[in-house]
Design a protein around this ligand. Structure first.
Ligand SMILES: CC(C)(COP(=O)(O)OP(=O)(O)OC[C@H]1O[C@@H](n2cnc3c(N)ncnc32)[C@H](O)[C@@H]1OP(=O)(O)O)[C@@H](O)C(=O)NCCC(=O)NCCS
Length: 188
């Protein structure tokens, strides 16, 4: 994605934290999803879906905070946290203060959570084919493309009736993560 968020600010990426989302945070989450820099790349949920993800044990829903205070800069959702197949999905990741390294720090924390805390065998996601920036970002973090779900998401009406995008499925396996760790590719 080439568009910078209008919420840009200078933050220290080393001070990035994930804290569990509370019901009172959902207004913030909904507003981030509606931001023009984010909305084309995701399929926004309604309040009820986020409330379900906050409560349901198979999900982990987090607010991303950065800086010295408690400034919220985005949110992330994991799904499959109780999967018997140890296949954890990065369901959603949205950082509204973009292009300052927060996404990379956040993803590294999520990998640690997935592989160390949740004992994942596979950490996976899907990303819209048009979102080439995010694909390059995930690839640079070791995620391998598995395949494409052809024309599986409808584009907005502005793109024209009957316009679809494909979803690119990408994953990182536990042994690949361990190899990255051994090679110092996960260091901050
Ligand atoms: C994708 C997203 C999570 C990345 O977070 P971020 O904080 O912007 O990413 P970072 O600043 O850590 O940058 C990661 C890489 O993206 C690329 N990048 C950053 N800003 C960019 C820009 N404006 N244009 C193109 N590429 C850019 C760079 O390659 C960067 O790598 P580098 O650190 O080696 O330069 C965030 O941009 C976002 O929420 N986008 C909108 C929603 C979305 O696309 N979510 C993912 C859906 S699967």
């Amino acid at each position: 994605m080439g568009t910078r968020s209008r919420w840009t600010c200078n933050v220290d990426t080393r001070q990035l934290r994930l804290r569990p989302t509370m019901t009172s945070d959902i207004g913030f989450v909904l507003s981030v999803e509606q931001d023009p820099a984010c909305r084309p790349h995701i399929t926004p949920w309604d309040r009820t879906q986020h409330e379900g993800a906050v409560r349901f044990p198979d999900f982990r829903h987090f607010i991303v905070e950065a800086g010295a205070g408690t400034q919220a800069v985005g949110f992330v959702i994991l799904q499959g946290c109780r999967s018997r197949h140890r296949s954890v999905e990065l369901k959603r990741m949205v950082i509204r203060t973009q292009g300052q390294g927060l996404g990379r720090h956040c993803l590294r924390q999520l990998k640690t959570m997935a592989f160390r805390d949740l004992h994942a065998h596979r950490f996976w996601l899907d990303v819209k084919a048009l979102n080439t920036r995010a694909q390059a970002f995930y690839a640079s973090e070791g995620f391998i493309e598995e395949g494409r779900l052809r024309e599986s998401v409808r584009l907005t009406d502005e793109a024209g009736a009957g316009a679809y995008d494909s979803l690119v499925v990408m994953s990182l396996l536990d042994r690949e993560y361990e190899a990255r760790l051994a090679q110092g590719q996960e260091a901050d």
